[in-house]
Design a protein around this ligand. Structure first.
Ligand code: GDD
Ligand code: MN
Length: 417
């Protein structure tokens, strides 16, 4: 049992809007009037729901690492949603041995994203962060994230989707669900979700001043979306990490969280920072993509001529080979030229193969679309004598479509330095 005096050492949960105050250090007279004293360098939130088993190991490791680089300049804040397994009580007991640990027991309010923000609201650090309690986020990555922030980034994200990153033993279904959610996000909210390679990450650090001010309004699990969508984030860094298997306890993700995620995307679409949503059209890239496309037409024609007219192969088979050779041609040039800045960062053969397969898939979808648009334009708008004009329009639209899909889903241009 916890005694009343022990209960007093719990951090009270703030009420009111989910808003983080800007920091003022060393001027406590303004405190309470819209500012927070920030006397520490780092405040790291550990959100928990039934994570009593792993908590101590995590806290000990974090303290061990952080004491080497930031002695006395950081705090760990446990935000527990009144877990039935009494995680908060364990945290409280631990905090008597580990003075850097503060514990908030939240009653009445629930959910991962809001828990993180409630923690940030009582935080005293200039840098705010979050890490899972279940040891799926490797603690050693934290120091690299910290270095990235100290080198001038507003946001440093631990990512599963760059070199050095990955997941350990996920089933095919789980991988597909995760990627599907990300693809949906890229289509619904490209200006936010597309800024980083792993927008689903729940392991990151952010400068307080980049998210102080606006009232935050997250839904469900994906707190990083809220930070990207409503914060004033300029420079971003990413550090690769491998998402570890869960050894204790169970994930709290349910089907409802997928619905929450879509709801959250739509909400941000309606009210996020619009500046990010309307970035300039990447004209130079599009021109290159178009030039490569034209080279593909030449290759296609030449192979068709060679196979069908010169060597006498049947038309359909010749055309299929010609089309695939043209796709390979286009892929090579787009990879080496149009999207060179993206592909130099992902040079492994498996990454290249993935891009190539995606490119094929998008081209195939483009071909189907082409035939559909051609029929539509031909039958509805022009009429028999304008078949070639109709085809030209169809090609132009499909080129734009191909370009956009490849930009958003294949050679993804994130805003990471
Ligand atoms: N306070 C609080 N309230 N904490 C919660 C709640 C809640 O309602 N729900 C979950 N948590 C805590 C968990 O106790 C754990 O420490 C952390 O949030 C992550 O929850 P998990 O249920 O373990 O999530 P996951 O492993 O499926 O997903 C994680 O992986 C993603 C990468 O795919 C999450 O951490 C994501 O944020 C992360 O990006
Ligand atoms: Mn987990």
């Amino acid at each position: 049992m916890v005694s009343p005096s022990q209960l007093q050492s719990l951090v009270p949960c703030p009420a009111g809007p989910l808003q983080i105050l800007p920091a003022v250090s060393g001027r406590s007279e303004v405190n309470g009037q819209g500012h927070q004293d920030a006397t520490l360098v780092l405040s790291l939130i550990i959100p928990t729901y039934n994570e009593g088993q792993t908590l101590e190991a995590l806290v000990r490791t974090l303290v061990d690492r952080l004491n080497r680089v930031l002695p006395d300049q950081y705090e760990l804040i446990l935000v527990d949603d009144d877990s039935p397994d009494l995680t908060w009580e364990r945290g409280l007991a631990l905090s008597y041995q580990v003075p850097q640990l503060r514990v908030m027991r939240r009653q009445g309010e629930r959910g991962l994203s809001s828990a993180v923000i409630r923690g940030w609201q009582v935080a005293q650090g200039q840098i705010l962060g979050v890490i899972d309690a279940d040891l799926q986020h490797p603690p050693e990555v934290l120091l690299s994230l910290l270095t990235a922030i100290e080198n001038g980034s507003d946001l440093a994200v631990a990512s599963r989707h760059i070199e050095g990153g990955g997941v350990s033993e996920w089933s095919f279904t789980r991988r597909m669900l995760s990627r599907g959610a990300q693809t949906l996000g890229l289509l619904l909210l490209p200006g936010v979700v597309g800024r980083v390679s792993d927008p689903m990450s729940g392991y990151f650090l952010v400068q307080r001043q980049a998210i102080a001010g606006p009232v935050l309004n997250p839904k469900g699990y994906k707190i990083l979306l809220e930070v990207l969508g409503r914060g004033d984030i300029q420079a971003i860094a990413e550090i690769g990490y491998v998402f570890q298997e869960r050894l204790e306890g169970a994930s709290k993700v349910t089907w409802r969280h997928y619905l929450d995620y879509i709801h959250h995307l739509l909400r941000l679409r309606a009210g996020g920072r619009l500046s990010h949503l309307h970035r300039r059209f990447p004209l130079q890239r599009f021109v290159r993509f178009g030039v490569v496309g034209l080279s593909g037409v030449v290759v296609d024609m030449a192979i068709l001529y060679l196979l069908h007219t010169t060597l006498g192969f049947p038309l359909t088979r010749s055309k299929l080979v010609a089309a695939e050779v043209a796709i390979i041609n286009n892929f090579i040039w787009n990879d080496a030229w149009t999207f060179a800045d993206v592909s130099v960062r992902q040079q492994s053969w498996s990454a290249r193969l993935k891009r190539f397969l995606k490119f094929n898939l998008i081209c195939l979808a483009g071909l189907v679309l082409n035939v559909m648009v051609l029929n539509l334009v031909y039958n509805l708008i022009f009429g028999q004598q304008w078949a070639y004009l109709a085809n030209l329009i169809a090609i132009a639209l499909v080129t734009l479509w191909n370009f956009w899909l490849n930009l958003k889903l294949n050679w993804r241009v994130t805003q990471v330095k």
